[in-house]
Design a protein around this ligand. Structure first.
Ligand code: DAT
Ligand code: MG
Length: 140
């Protein structure tokens, strides 16, 4: 597997509890390198655009509300098999199902406030990276 990039976000529930460093350490310990990072308080419109794929879901309003409720940390992660590796270290969407040792097991409060986002495929990784970063901001 070649080195690839994925998009990661530390969500407002986690920035509010001041655990962005602890979460980033878990990403780094999993073999991922942070090659771009920025703190951003997204607008409702930015959250709606970012999560457009979920716009028909019953939880969409709640999701947009919570993602625009405080600062997030948007990141590009790089490493071998980075997309799958990041999903693995994140853990299941619902923290009740998340495995021991995962970020969501350690930090998530609920299915809605689950501390981190990670791209799920090469196409979404490319789209999500481009949504938040220009190529010159990514230093691999
Ligand atoms: P993931 O973030 O693991 O990729 P997803 O893409 O299915 O999960 O959903 C995106 C986010 O939407 C998820 O991180 C939290 C929120 N969400 C998903 N299912 C939900 C539900 N049943 N109730 C409330 N929020 C939900
Ligand atoms: Mg998803």
């Amino acid at each position: 597997m070649a080195v690839e990039r994925t998009f990661s976000m530390i969500k407002p529930d986690a920035t509010r509890r001041n655990v962005t460093g602890a979460i980033t350490a878990m990403l780094e310990e999993a073999g991922l390198t942070v090659v771009a990072s920025r703190r951003v308080w997204m607008s409702r419109r930015e959250a709606e655009g970012f999560y457009a794929v979920h716009k028909e879901r019953p939880f969409f309003g709640e999701l947009v509300e919570s993602m625009s409720s405080g600062p997030t940390v948007v990141q590009v992660l790089q490493g071998e098999n980075a997309i799958a590796r990041n999903r693995e270290i994140m853990g299941a969407t619902n923290p009740a199902d998340a495995a021991e040792g995962t970020i969501r097991k350690a930090f998530a409060l609920s299915i809605g406030e689950n501390s981190v986002h990670g791209s799920d495929a090469p196409e979404t990784a490319a789209q999500e990276i481009a949504y938040w970063f220009s190529e010159t901001e990514i230093v691999g």
